[in-house]
Ligand binder design. Structure first.
Ligand code: PMP
Length: 284
């Protein structure tokens, strides 16, 4: 049984509780981060905590633990749960107060919850096989840059796609791909150009995206940050996604139409290797 963190305490998962009035539960009034664990160490931790601060700031919510305490807590969870490879989920909600659309007073403490998920990240069947994605209209709220727990639309779309035999969905607005249900989206053209949507309120500012783009630039590969259309995606040589727990994973079909030769592409494979190697060098 896991040991989890709730508001400063380490508890067995079946003894941990939060209030039924918690605003994360009632309003989706909460933000989160997922940090990968590799070899018992944390990947991209500073970047995740910087984005956490930004998400909280955008929602006028306070961060009631400093970065050092958050780091110590993440490490404690890794040790207590003996995690070699997996992820740490951290969620901060605006706390518990009688249900009201108005935010509670600033004195109301936030609810800070964290738990571990043990799983293979590097050696996974999906990374080898590649993902089949279906396209759906992006009908999420228009602040997708804030990492809130309001994930129902993406969860619904992914679940329906799964039932229809796909692995995930790509979201599109006005005929242009925004991102995946829980990952950033990229295509590679037959000229070897890597294309991904630029940062805006339309997409989550992925930590994996940020690091991967810097490695792509360092390698001198052709990179363009611009929106790409559904037609361009279907006509691409390769497609892939990035996220903190998937790293880089190939997309082998879109709406049942094969991308390139229908296998994980060589650029995708190379970028996955580069990302994993660079990340392993910088674990804390
Ligand atoms: N977009 C969305 C909608 C996501 O949920 C995620 C993962 N949380 C990402 C992109 C990828 O971000 P990261 O690389 O920081 O995991």
């Amino acid at each position: 049984m896991r040991t989890v963190f709730v508001n400063g305490e380490y508890l067995k998962e079946n003894e941990a509780n939060i209030s039924i009035f918690d605003r994360g539960f009632l309003f989706g009034d909460a933000v989160y981060e997922v940090t990968a664990v590799l070899g018992g160490k944390l990947a991209e931790f500073d970047n995740h905590m910087n984005r956490l601060k930004r998400s909280l700031g955008e929602l006028d919510m306070a961060l009631e633990m400093d970065k050092d305490s958050l780091l110590a807590m993440h490490r404690e969870l890794v040790v207590r749960n003996n995690i070699e490879e997996g992820a740490i989920y951290l969620q901060i909600s605006r706390g518990a107060a009688d249900r009201d659309f108005l935010f509670p007073s600033d004195e109301t403490p936030t609810t800070i919850v964290a738990f571990t998920q043990e799983k293979s990240l590097i050696d996974t069947p999906l990374a080898k096989r590649g993902m089949k994605v279906n396209l759906v209209e992006d009908l999420r709220w228009q602040r997708s840059d804030i990492k809130t727990v309001q994930l129902l639309y993406s969860s619904l779309m992914k679940s329906r796609a799964h039932k229809a035999g796909a692995d995930d969905v790509w979201l599109a607005r006005d005929g242009m791909v925004t991102e995946g249900s829980s990952n950033n989206a990229y295509i590679v053209t037959y000229d070897g150009e890597i294309i991904t949507r630029p940062l805006s309120t339309d997409i989550l500012h992925g930590i994996t995206r940020q690091s991967l783009l810097s490695y792509i630039q360092k390698e001198g590969l052709k990179l363009t940050e611009r929106a790409f259309s559904i037609e361009e995606a279907k006509a691409a040589k390769e497609a892939f996604v990035t996220s903190a727990s998937a790293f880089v994973i190939g997309v082998i079909s879109i709406d049942g139409e094969a991308i390139g030769d229908g296998k994980v592409g060589s650029m995708t494979k190379a970028l996955r290797e580069i990302y994993i190697n660079e990340t392993l060098k910088a674990l804390i």
